[in-house]
Ligand binder design. Structure first.
Ligand code: IMP
Ligand code: MG
Length: 190
C-alpha cells in the first residue's frame, strides 16, 4: 500500500468495536483459564505471524505457568472457491512439538482455511495435545468447518483493524479493535 497520510489513516478508523479495557479483561480471563487447564504441563504457544503477535504478547503475560513460544508463517494457495488448498510453511518452529501441549494463538478466524491447514500439519507432528485460541471469530465467513477451543470475541462480518490486525500492513499498532471505514478510500479523492 502507498504511504498513507495522517488524514487518510485517521479516516480509515470508522469506530471502536472492542476497547482496550474490554480486550484486557477478556485476555485476563483467558490467561486464567489456560493456567488452570495446563497446570503442570509443558506448554508451547504457537503464533502464526504476523497478525497474532500483539494478542500473543498480552496473552502470554496473562498466564503464570511455565510456557514457551514459537512462531510460524504460512502462505496458502486456494484455487477459486474450492475450500481445499495448499499451505506452504515459510517460517517454521524450532521445537520438536512431541514434547508439548500446543496452543495455537490466532488473531482472527475468518474462512478458516489457512488455520485448518496449519493445524493439520501440526497434528501430523504428534504433539501431546493441540488447541486453538483465537482473539476474534467471524463465524459467518467460515468456508471450512473449524472451531476454536477458546474464542474471546465473536464479531459480525466487518473488516476490522488494530491490535495486530492490518489493512495493507497499517493499523497493527492501534491498541483497540476498530471497524475499518471502507469508504475512506473514496473520500480521499473527494
Ligand atoms: P482465513 O481464516 O484463512 O480466511 O484467514 C484469516 C486471516 O485473514 C487472519 O489471520 C488475518 O490475517 C486475515 N483477516 C481476516 N479477516 C480480517 C479482518 O477483518 N481484518 C484484518 N485481517 C483479517
Ligand atoms: Mg493480515
Amino acid at each position: 500500500m502507498d504511504f498513507m497520510t495522517q488524514q487518510e489513516y485517521n479516516a480509515g478508523i470508522r469506530r471502536v468495536l472492542i476497547s482496550e479495557e474490554e480486550l484486557q479483561e477478556a485476555i485476563r480471563k483467558a490467561g486464567a483459564a489456560i493456567d488452570k487447564e495446563y497446570a503442570g504441563k509443558p506448554v508451547l504457544f504457537v503464533s502464526i505471524l504476523k497478525g497474532a503477535f500483539v494478542f500473543l504478547a498480552d496473552l502470554m503475560r496473562a498466564v503464570s505457568i511455565p510456557c514457551e513460544v514459537g512462531f510460524m508463517q504460512a502462505q496458502s494457495y486456494f484455487d477459486g472457491t474450492e475450500s481445499k488448498g495448499e499451505v506452504e510453511i515459510t517460517l517454521d518452529l524450532q521445537q520438536d512439538i512431541r514434547k508439548y501441549h500446543v496452543i495455537i494463538v490466532e488473531d482472527i478466524i475468518d474462512t478458516g482455511r489457512t488455520l485448518s491447514l496449519v493445524a493439520a500439519k501440526l497434528r501430523e507432528r504428534d504433539p501431546l495435545s493441540l488447541k486453538i485460541v483465537t482473539l476474534l471469530d467471524k463465524p459467518e465467513r467460515r468456508v471450512v468447518p473449524l472451531d476454536a477451543d477458546y474464542s474471546l470475541f465473536t464479531i459480525p462480518d466487518y473488516f476490522v483493524i488494530g491490535y495486530g490486525l492490518d489493512l495493507g500492513e497499517y493499523y497493527r499498532n492501534l491498541p483497540y479493535i476498530a471497524e475499518y471505514n471502507i469508504f475512506s478510500d473514496n473520500e480521499k479523492d473527494a
